[in-house]
Design a protein around this ligand. Structure first.
Ligand SMILES: Cc1cc2nc3c(=O)[nH]c(=O)nc-3n(C[C@H](O)[C@H](O)[C@H](O)COP(=O)(O)OP(=O)(O)OC[C@H]3O[C@@H](n4cnc5c(N)ncnc54)[C@H](O)[C@@H]3O)c2cc1C
Ligand code: SF4
Length: 328
């Protein structure tokens, strides 16, 4: 596998970046740490002739407890003990992304926009050619659900569910200026494994903002994967909540990734539990209902039926462990 030539652009401000994006419309990708994009380029997956590197744009870096720049390296976030203590579910998720080596280059923005995955897509050009390619790259059919004209590739980022459970907002910039909205709305529930976000053409992620009420929430992220040292999620369950001294729920949010083409929150199921005490019976009912709504397909290593059953198990575990809080 080799990397084909491309032209590299290195803007130093957001305005310069969005101007370049306009000039190169449809012919470029943004390049952050490159840990996802460049391996995909080596497999000749949806190559573009131009890359706009974001590492020279200072406004995209830096973090504190309320804001994390899109170009922050995951390893730098992992070294911030205060951040990890304040957001334990996010800390779990960070520690589970890929390997330490990948996290030393990989960034937050790249993680939120990591390419969706499928075992008919993440293959060499020749492997894919032997099957006649697929909708997501170079072809006109789906090998997973051949009756449908949409792609079911799986969203496989670990950080989005954890940040969504915390109620994070995302800030984006484009030709139309800046926008800020709930992170959950970055992902397009009406899209598919190809059209997976609601970003306008050329828009880039600037930062993630964490609301003050997210601080100190108890949280947990449970990840199902084949090789714990390395693999993408086959399922990721994030929980963030607060309980009063009597054990009643003050706030509870739950988000799931790694199972479908976009990560999602289940507010209509968790909001009614606020104000009540979270008995084992209620947790079981919640977990079963969430599992009913998650529909993995057979495009990752583990079978969809198993992944679906693990939704129930991981939701229960994540809530119990979050409620218990950190070991003294
Ligand atoms: C061996 C291996 C294992 C991995 N395992 C995991 C895993 O377990 N969990 C997981 O979540 N990820 C995993 N990854 C994927 C990847 O390494 C991480 O998601 C990483 O955080 C991606 O960040 P990056 O900066 O390298 O993104 P890049 O590769 O630079 O970019 C990824 C995508 O995001 C776009 N992009 C990047 N930044 C921006 C921005 N600011 N605005 C708009 N678009 C942007 C790029 O154009 C590209 O499409 C793995 C990768 C490898 C190689
Ligand atoms: S789900 Fe179908 S269209 Fe999407 S990557 Fe897999 S085979 Fe291709």
């Amino acid at each position: 596998m080799h990397l084909d030539p491309f032209e590299l652009h290195r803007p130093s401000s957001i305005d310069e970046t969005t101007r370049l994006a306009g000039d190169l419309a449809g012919r470029f990708d943004y390049l952050a740490g490159g840990t996802d994009l460049l391996p995909n380029y080596k497999m000749h997956l949806n190559l573009r002739p131009h890359l706009i590197a974001l590492d020279g744009v200072r406004e995209l870096t830096g973090h504190d407890l309320g804001r994390i720049g899109a170009m922050e390296r995951l390893a730098d976030l992992e070294r911030d003990a205060e951040l990890l203590a304040e957001y334990p579910g996010f800390a779990d998720a960070l520690a589970e992304v890929a390997t330490p080596l990948v996290r030393s280059s990989g960034t937050l923005g790249g993680n939120l926009l990591v390419e969706t995955r499928c075992f008919f897509f993440n293959q060499s050009y020749f492997w894919r050619a032997s099957l006649g390619f697929c909708l997501k790259a170079d072809g006109d059919r789906c090998h997973v659900v051949p009756q449908k004209e949409k792609c079911y590739a799986t969203f496989s980022g670990d950080l989005a569910p954890a940040l969504m459970a915390l109620g994070a907002d995302v800030e984006v910039a484009g030709a139309g200026g800046r926008r800020r909205f709930p992170l959950a709305q970055l992902y397009d529930a009406a899209g598919d494994g190809i059209r997976r976000t609601r970003l306008a053409p050329g828009e880039l992620v600037v930062a993630v903002h964490l609301p003050p009420e997210a601080r100190g929430l108890r949280g947990r992220y449970k990840k199902l994967r084949v090789r714990p040292s390395y693999d993408f999620p086959e399922l990721g369950v994030a929980v963030a909540g607060r309980w009063d001294d009597g054990g009643r729920v003050e706030r509870l949010a739950l988000a799931i990734g790694g199972a479908e083409s976009y990560p999602k929150r289940f507010d209509d199921l968790t909001a009614p539990l606020e104000g009540s005490s979270l008995t084992d019976e209620r947790v079981r009912a919640l977990a079963e209902e969430v599992a009913k709504r998650v529909r993995p397909v057979h495009n990752t290593f583990l079978l969809p039926d198993y992944r679906k059953r693990m939704v129930d198990v991981y939701v229960r575990r994540a809530i119990h462990e979050a409620r218990r809080g950190p070991a003294a």
